[in-house]
Design a protein. Structure first.
Length: 460
């Protein structure tokens, strides 16, 4: 049986992002999905600014911007009257280093379509109807077994198959967490008459219950989200949702003309005990499950894929030591834990949406890959996100775009490394080596030492 380089289980945003990143790096990868189609709902509709930067690098930003729009202000209703309006997010002023500062709304199903189209354009594939039932692994690879009787062999396998991950169960990794809210929640994509699309409509109910109807940018739909009494069994049918809308809002039940997708859930926060078992990696909801409040789940998942993609390629294609893959868990698990705390804080009203939720401040300062050799470091440090800016008329994000490393402040020591003659003044003094995922890996007073660092990560 010929082995793939990487088998990705799950064609949600995590799996598709990883598939795109590996495809552009020339890694032989396959995305498999148990369902017959891509996920049809809007659930993860908020793309944070850091995710927009990732999508810029992956070549899908223009399509993402065309498919969505900014979040509207929230308006509160009581007894059929508007009683107040406020923005959903505290504003974050744009600056040269952070060109995207506000969340961008795109229905999850549309984000997935865009990523799948990009994957296909790069020669990648999604195989639908492949439900994983078990796997085994040895020193050379992983064998995945599917409900249709087929098997796939791969050197590495990545679980991107959601919160109920079959892969996570198969490798015996536990998940530790807590309930965030005992109340059942219902979310649905609906068509509604009689509501304007210029506001996110909020209808508070008794005892902390309530309903929100948010116009889904780029579509004719609204996303309905409702917090129901604790003893409620949500009814996802058209009649059940009509009854809820009639009870919570001034609209008539028949103003709901269609239910396009619906789901129920109880918010919880949970973190996998490990993100790796041998040749198997967990990413996205398979590794961490969030409350949807604050829009951190999908975005944290995209960052997982973006972190893992270049490392797998470095080991598989560039001769990097296999130990490089250990840094995936050490970097991403700590970040996921922080994002879980943040999501829970937003859900409970303890943290406001805004600067805390845009994910631009996340980094890896304590990583084994973060090395700063400057005598008196200031400004941007190793492990920090590499901000945008301009050098000799060149925009940094344009220079970073692609699967390469970038050296700022000195000639490149390796033909596969791009370089610019300086870093922007905003970086502070020094020479900076920027990882393929847009974080500073190494910094020095001169380029001395950059070549040794690159050798350790497979770019010698």
């Amino acid at each position: 049986m010929n082995a793939l380089d990487v088998l990705i289980v799950g064609a949600g945003p995590t799996g598709l992002t990883l598939g795109v990143d590996l495809a552009r790096r020339g890694v032989d990868a396959l995305v498999v999905e148990g369902a017959e189609t891509l996920f049809p709902g809007s659930r993860g509709k908020g793309l944070q600014p850091r995710t927009m930067e990732v999508f810029d690098d992956l070549g899908v930003l223009d399509a993402i911007r065309a498919a969505g729009g900014p979040y509207p202000a929230r308006v509160i209703w009581k007894d059929g009257e508007q009683v107040g309006a406020a923005p959903m997010f505290d504003p974050v002023e744009p600056e040269e280093g952070a060109p995207y500062t506000e969340p961008w709304m795109v229905a999850q199903w549309r984000t997935q379509e865009i990523l799948a189209a990009r994957l296909a354009g790069l020669g990648g594939t999604v195989a639908f109807g492949r439900e994983l039932t078990d796997l085994t692994q040895d020193t050379d690879g992983v064998t995945a077994y599917f409900a249709d009787g087929t098997e796939i062999r791969a050197r590495y396998l990545v679980a991107a198959d959601g919160g109920r991950s079959a892969v996570r169960r198969a490798v015996g990794i536990g998940m530790t967490g807590e309930s965030v809210d005992p109340s059942p929640f219902l979310v649905a994509d609906v068509r509604v008459r009689g509501l304007g699309r210029e506001h996110w409509h909020t209808f508070p109910g008794a005892g902390g219950t309530g309903m929100m109807l948010c116009p889904l940018a780029g579509t004719d739909d609204f996303q309905l989200a409702a917090r129901l009494p604790e003893d409620t069994a949500p009814d996802l049918s058209l009649d059940g949702i009509r009854e809820l809308v009639g009870a919570f809002t001034h609209l008539a039940p028949e103003d709901v003309t269609e239910v396009r997708w619906a789901s129920e859930f109880r918010p919880r926060a949970a973190l996998a005990d490990r993100f790796r078992a041998g040749r198997v990696f967990l990413a996205g909801d398979a590794a961490h499950v969030h409350s949807p409040a604050g829009g951190q789940g999908l975005n944290t998942s995209v960052q997982d894929a973006y972190n893992l993609g270049w490392k797998l390629a470095a080991v598989l294609r560039d001769g990097a030591p296999e130990a490089l893959l250990d840094t995936y868990e050490s970097e991403r698990r700590a970040n996921a834990a922080a994002m879980l705390d943040l999501s829970t804080g937003v859900h409970r009203g303890e943290v406001r949406r805004g600067r805390a939720t845009v994910q631009l401040g996340l980094g890896y300062p304590d990583s084994a890959l973060s090395e700063d050799t400057r005598r008196d470091p200031s400004g941007i440090r190793a492990g920090d996100r590499a901000p945008d800016g301009r050098v000799d008329g060149v925009r940094l994000f344009d220079a970073f775009r692609g699967p390469h490393w970038t050296l700022l402040g000195a000639p490149a020591p390796h033909p596969a490394v791009h370089s610019l003659p300086a870093a922007p003044a905003s970086y502070g003094p020094g020479v900076f080596l920027v990882r393929p995922d847009g974080y500073v890996g190494w910094a020095g007073d001169s380029a001395e030492g950059a070549g040794d660092y690159l050798a350790r990560v497979g770019r010698a």
